[in-house]
Design a protein around this ligand. Structure first.
Ligand SMILES: CC(C)(COP(=O)(O)OP(=O)(O)OC[C@H]1O[C@@H](n2cnc3c(N)ncnc32)[C@H](O)[C@@H]1OP(=O)(O)O)[C@@H](O)C(=O)NCCC(=O)NCCS
Length: 179
């Protein structure tokens, strides 16, 4: 089967659902740094800095996106490339690099003196991409987490109630062990 044609286009309102869906497919939204992925996060980018929001389209579907904004931690002349993703079936063809370049060009044109992006430690693909595109390591921040007392037990108990299929499996396993 031949590869579909992929086009880079500025993101528009019609892309909202596709971008949101692709993000949910490729980001683990239960873990940092992806927990803030949401429709409002996408919409805020499109609203504030539409020229820094780009989409790759393949057969009318969203195959990738880059969402940038101007300002990072109150630094109004720092661009922030916060969200970047390419669908697994379209990876390894330079799409992320092209999306990133478009977004950065827009941020520089809008007055950014630098562009910041953050990469989770285990995400070697993204780290390599950034290095290849002229980003260099800066500050490393480690999130230390302290859980509330008893929270692991509570989470296990919640899990039991919220997933009926798992609850049935566990009950069956307990019956087997018991008998
Ligand atoms: C990271 C990601 C965006 C790369 O997309 P992609 O379209 O496959 O990347 P490209 O083809 O443009 O690759 C550009 C460069 O990135 C690097 N790269 C990309 N994928 C890589 C991988 N799996 N391992 C190592 N390096 C990789 C390479 O250096 C590559 O350059 P080269 O081909 O000249 O060696 C994609 O894997 C993805 O969507 N991952 C999940 C979401 C994510 O982590 N987003 C970034 C944080 S928000």
């Amino acid at each position: 089967m031949s590869e579909p044609d992929v086009q880079l286009v500025p993101m528009g309102l019609a892309h909202l659902a596709g971008v949101l869906e692709l993000g949910h497919r490729v980001f683990d939204v239960s873990a940092m740094p992806y927990t803030s992925w949401s429709l409002s996060s996408v919409a805020v980018h499109l609203d504030a800095q539409p020229d820094a929001c780009w989409v790759a389209e393949a057969d009318g579907q969203v195959a990738g996106f880059a969402l940038g904004s101007l300002s990072y931690d109150d630094q109004t002349d720092w661009g922030y490339l916060e969200w970047l993703a390419v669908a697994p079936e379209h990876r390894g063809r330079g799409l992320a690099r092209t999306l990133l370049e478009e977004s950065c060009a827009a941020l520089f044109a809008a007055g950014a003196t630098r562009v910041i992006t953050d990469v989770e430690q285990a995400n070697t693909a993204s780290a390599q991409l950034m290095q290849r595109c002229g980003f260099h390591d800066s500050v490393t921040v480690t999130l230390f987490v302290r859980h509330a007392p008893g929270s692991a037990r509570q989470a296990r108990a919640r899990g039991r109630h919220t997933d009926p299929a798992k609850a049935r499996l566990h009950a069956a396993a307990r019956r087997t062990q018991g008998g």
